[in-house]
Design a protein around this ligand. Structure first.
Ligand SMILES: C[S@@+](CC[C@H](N)C(=O)[O-])C[C@H]1O[C@@H](n2cnc3c(N)ncnc32)[C@H](O)[C@@H]1O
Length: 217
């Protein structure tokens, strides 16, 4: 299912990137360690309806769809190029075209949302967090894996450099991400380091938040 066209101009950057995204060395060094950690995070709890936001070429989504416990798995991305590569994998997942801050998904219909190496690209991170909170059921889980620079100054430097290159990356520090998630209504449960190539310069953490159960504020 490829619906709803995004008008964001920077979508083209990701359409082009989708052509080389699945190269094995890149996947093994950069993305697979993160996916493995997120899959472990999903192993506990009653999590059957899963959304992978910023799913790219669908590598994590595919692994979610192949898990025996999942009943419904959707990968959502705003890049048609990425989604074409994902759909070609022919796994039992729904592929949705949409912006993280405007999801074509019903309120409270998802048990867990994953976002791996995509949050820093969202131009409206608070809008995206509010939207992810909206689609999660009470008690649902949000798992964000992203580079968290140690210092705000480093984050600003990365942002300035990437803006000069034409595609702003907003890597938040761990504290900033936790604050943003809490402002969006999540209870932050853990922030754990993932080891991968270039990990010293680009420390990556998996942050887990829970949408409060109904009636709990
Ligand atoms: C580095 S890729 C990560 C893909 C995948 N999660 C993985 O771990 O392999 C980042 C993805 O975020 C998507 N993305 C960026 N901004 C987005 C937005 N506002 N809404 C939805 N997807 C977005 C890009 O199109 C791209 O596919």
């Amino acid at each position: 299912m490829l619906g709803r066209m995004s008008k964001a101009p920077h979508r083209l950057f990701f359409d082009a990137w989708s052509r080389v995204y699945d190269l094995a060395p890149v996947q093994l060094a950069v993305y697979r360690p993160v996916h493995a950690r997120v899959l472990r995070e999903l192993a506990s709890g009653d999590l059957k309806r899963l959304l992978d936001i910023g799913c790219g070429t669908g590598n994590l989504t595919s692994r979610l769809a192949q898990s025996a416990r999942a009943e419904l798995v959707a990968g959502c991305d705003f890049s048609f190029g990425m989604l074409e590569q994902a759909a070609a994998k022919r796994v039992p997942a729904a592929w949705l075209q949409g912006d993280a801050a405007r999801l074509p998904i019903r309120d409270g219909s998802v048990d867990a949302v994953t976002s791996t190496d995509s949050f820093h690209w969202f131009p409206d991170p608070d809008g995206a967090l509010a939207e992810l909170r909206r689609v999660l059921r009470p008690g649902g889980r949000l798992i964000i894996a992203v580079v968290n620079p140690r210092l705000g100054a480093t984050a600003s430097l990365f942002r300035a450099g990437s803006t000069l290159l034409g595609e702003p990356a907003r890597w938040p520090t761990r504290a900033e991400l936790a604050q943003r998630m809490e402002r969006a209504g999540f209870v932050v449960r853990s922030q754990q380091r993932v080891v991968r190539a270039a990990g010293i310069a680009f420390p990556t953490y998996v942050t887990v938040g829970v949408a409060p159960p109904s009636g709990a504020g």
